[in-house]
Design a protein around this ligand. Sequence first.
Ligand code: HEC
Length: 131
Amino acid sequence: MRNPIALFCARFCARFCALLCLVLALAACEQAPPPPPARTPAATDLAKGEGIFKQVCKACHGTGAGGAPRLDKPDQWKPRLAQGNEQLYRHAITGFKGAYGTMPPRGGKPDLTDEEVRAAVDYMLSVLPPN
Ligand code: HEC
């Protein structure tokens, strides 16, 4: 048995629902948040640190000149890494005299900012295997 009223209701509902879905989908589209900016600060800082390392630090830390621990010799860094990053930053910024030689403040380039020296240390840490 077909009830014309029920049939009408079913059709009407189907159309109405389809329309409602469409409207909701469009509304959702309009409200979709903009995609996050494609920027990775850490990578940028590492690139910056690498540049500073190559310009300033590599002369000693690439060759071992003056008793500097070489970046390609992780063993020479093990006890240093164990001190924690803050001590490494501090020694790189203010300089220090150790058992092997003298690390000049800011690698001997006084116009480097603290942030730049830290970026160079971060780059060195990123190359060394974790302790
Ligand atoms: C003139 C050579 C020289 C330059 C240039 C130099 N270093 Fe060093 N650095 C040393 C020496 C030597 C030591 C090790 C001293 C010791 O332990 O006896 C050292 C040690 C370090 C350490 C380990 C500190 C610790 O607590 O063991 C860090 C980190 C460091 N340097 C970072 C840097 C950074 C960053 C730069 C560039 C901005 C730089 N160095 C440039 C000679 C240099």
